[in-house]
Design a protein around this ligand. Structure first.
Ligand code: GDP
Length: 181
């Protein structure tokens, strides 16, 4: 039997307050969703084992960091970016301003850690489907190229669609970029 290879990676979620970063982490790590909005103060992190079906001998843990989105907490952010291997750039499909602001988020992050594998995530797919969509799938896809993201995904932290996939995908991207696969 081949030996297990262990990896632990830090992944940061970036994006405006209220786009659903905490909810995505909660959905992925605990399978839950909360309707009540609670502003993240500072940062939280959770750890979760990632199973990649085609790499059964990899023991991978993701340390997922959810950073305070509000601009006035910017002074707390640089230390939390440090040591991260990948980023999920999250916007709200029903709020255009959160989409535009991602360029600034990315710039702030890259000043601290440089370019890292990153994925663009449009969250609140359930609300978008209820007619509240402000960003179309095609627009999301073209923005992916503009912002230098490896892929674009739409998720709903509420019903869980697409959530596991974004964490698996960023894990694969990190493993690929670091030559592990
Ligand atoms: P954060 O500030 O980016 O961490 O955002 P939160 O995770 O705190 O979410 C902000 C609000 O949006 C909360 O009231 C959540 O319940 C709600 N929310 C987050 N994700 C979704 C989603 O996918 N669908 C819906 N309908 N609401 C969501």
């Amino acid at each position: 039997m081949s030996e297990k290879k262990s990896f632990i990676y830090k992944v940061c979620l970036l994006g405006d307050g209220g786009v659903g970063k905490t909810s995505l982490v909660l959905r992925y790590c605990e399978g839950k969703f909360k309707e009540n909005y609670m502003m993240t103060i500072g940062s939280n992190f959770s750890t979760k084992k990632v199973e990649l079906e085609d790499y059964p001998n990899f023991d991978i843990k993701l340390q997922v960091w959810d950073l305070a989105g509000q601009k006035h907490f910017s002074f707390v952010r640089p230390p939390f970016y440090r040591g991260s291997s990948g980023i999920l750039m999250v916007f709200d499909l029903t709020r255009r301003s959160s989409f535009q602001n991602l360029l600034e988020w990315k710039e702030e992050y890259e000043k601290v850690v440089g370019t890292k594998p990153n994925i663009l995530v449009g969250n609140k797919l359930d609300l978008a489907e209820d007619g509240e969509r402000e960003i179309g799938t095609q627009e999301g896809n073209s923005f992916k190229d503009e912002i230098g993201a490896l892929s674009y995904h739409e998720t709903s932290a509420k019903d869980g669609r697409g959530v596991e996939n974004i964490f698996k995908e960023i894990t694969r991207d990190i493993l690929e970029k670091s030559g592990k696969i």
